[in-house]
Design a protein around this ligand. Structure first.
Ligand code: PLP
Length: 484
């Protein structure tokens, strides 16, 4: 059969959208130049936060082009947009819980995107690698996982866990819903909103979430949890799960997992640990002790796109026992048949189409090894301890909690500023620091006080960078107009 073009436009590959690029080598050369420049610029904090060029801004309001455009020009615009955007990969991006944008993970992302394996169904060797990555991440944090999956984020991992727990506590809930049965989930007052959202999504309504009070280190109070579970059981209410947090978003508190696991085993309640942010610290000598009891959890969330440095999004949900996910998600459709009795991966995941996220973790762990990751995480814990000491020693700053992991909340207390103006001052200061760009941190509220919140998860941050934080805050905080 002839392979020559028939003249039919549909037959001319180069005219199809998504077809091959005319100058692959040239474009790849451009791309590697862009990547090299970006990576080099992530080696040091920026001197300021650049604004987007006005001409670029006006191009960003142009209508949908009907005709082909120049690829090099489009790529150039894309890079300009990214250069004028906030990037957690920069070493003094310490707002929220960012990542490091590991270079190995970028390479894996490019390869995964190019091949675009879909892990909803059997994907060949990718399935073997995916399972190995699940075993590796579980082994890294010391969780005896029987199964697990990479998901789109901590929100999805937490939801996946609660759907599995719901089906176990209320068998048939998939079929009948809650059907008038009274059921609850427990978490601490400091748990992440994704737990609230998951409780809404599993059909309980957010009033079914018991917010357990915390102790003086902001950890779930186990006596209050035990009382609440006993009271609910006595009233015929079904406890679906306790969602403990291993590294709260606001201050990095780790709930007492061993004691919570005791309550859960006594009452036969599913223990989920939301370690989206904090769990990687379980692998360290400095902070590992906080996570005692983790191995007794039924399910665990860990975000590799936070403290393990991967690009978003790359989370994992790990289960101690097999079958619970299949009970929650198993199905057979005419377009998704089972081969004999073997389910498809999508029989145990909440998501359908899933990209090959685990390749990022796998490639990075292969290249760097677990010890290097452990050392990087230790380094960020030391940064938090270093900043904590500096805040304590500085007469113009006040520490607002005793850090357990890598998050430090503190506030600027300029001499002579009345107490009732400190909140507005610190909010203005945080915004001024974001505009300035040398140190990108976020404001937060701890015990009713507006503060500056710093979270160290970036492996690019050095001790020298840490030492810039207070001088920049003090400099901007003393500028005219800052105190209102
Ligand atoms: C403790 C905790 N759980 C869950 C989440 C939600 O994770 P994601 O943004 O990956 O969905 C976060 C996000 O910061 C978090 O800190």
């Amino acid at each position: 059969m002839s392979t020559a073009s028939t003249g039919d436009p549909a037959d001319r590959r180069a005219s199809r959208p998504g077809s091959q690029l005319a100058d692959r080598d040239g474009v790849l050369r451009d791309l590697s130049r862009y990547l090299a420049a970006a990576w080099a610029s992530f080696d040091r904090p920026r001197a300021h936060e650049p604004e987007a060029d006005p001409e670029l801004v006006s191009r960003l309001s142009a209508a949908l082009p009907a005709d082909p455009g120049d690829l090099h020009a489009a790529l150039d615009d894309a890079v300009q947009v990214l250069e004028a955007s906030i990037t957690p990969s920069r070493p003094l991006f310490v707002a929220y819980v960012g990542s490091s944008g590991l270079e190995t993970s970028v390479l894996a992302s490019a390869l995964a995107a190019a091949y675009d394996a879909n892990l909803a169904t059997a994907a060949g060797a990718a399935d073997l690698l995916d399972r190995q990555a699940v075993r590796w991440i579980a082994q890294f944090v010391g969780f005896p996982a029987a199964e697990g999956h990479f998901t789109s984020g901590g929100q999805t991992s937490n939801l996946t866990a609660l759907l599995a727990a719901r089906e176990q506590a209320l068998p048939g809930a998939r079929e009948h819903g809650i059907a008038g049965r009274r059921a609850v989930v427990y978490c601490s007052e400091e748990a992440h909103h994704s737990i609230v959202r998951a409780v809404e999504a599993i059909g309980l309504g957010r009033r079914a979430l018991r917010r357990v009070p915390t102790d003086n280190r902001r950890r779930m109070r186990v006596d209050a949890l035990a009382d609440a579970v006993a009271r609910d059981r006595a009233e015929g209410i079904t406890p679906i799960a306790v969602a403990a947090t291993a590294g709260t978003t606001l201050t990095g508190a780790v709930d007492p997992l061993e004691a919570i696991a005791d309550v859960c085993s006594e009452h036969g309640v599913w223990l989920h640990v939301d370690g989206a942010y904090g769990l990687p610290a379980a692998a360290t000598a400095t902070a590992g002790h906080w996570f005692a009891g983790l191995d007794r959890a039924d399910s665990v969330t860990i975000d590799a796109h936070k403290w393990l440095g991967m690009q978003k999004s790359c989370s994992a949900i790990l289960l101690r026992h097999p079958h619970a996910l299949r009970a929650a998600f198993g199905h057979e459709e005419r377009y998704m048949l089972h081969e004999e009795d073997t389910g498809n991966p999508v029989d145990s995941t909440f998501e359908y189409s899933r990209p090959f996220r685990s390749l990022r973790l796998w490639l990075s762990m292969r290249v760097y090894g677990a010890d290097r990751f452990r050392a990087w995480i230790e380094g960020t814990l030391h940064h938090a301890a270093r900043l904590t000491e500096a805040v304590r020693a500085h007469p113009e700053f006040e520490l607002l909690h005793e850090p357990m992991l890598s998050t430090v909340c503190f506030r600027h207390v300029p001499p002579g500023l009345p107490a009732d103006r400190l909140d507005a001052h610190n909010e203005r200061l945080a915004r001024a620091m974001q505009r300035d760009g040398r140190v990108f941190l976020a404001p937060a509220v701890v015990d009713g006080h507006t503060c500056l919140r710093v979270c160290f998860v970036n492996f690019r941050t050095t001790s020298e960078d840490v030492d810039l934080i207070l001088p920049v805050a003090a400099e901007l905080g003393s500028q005219p107009g800052m105190s209102g």
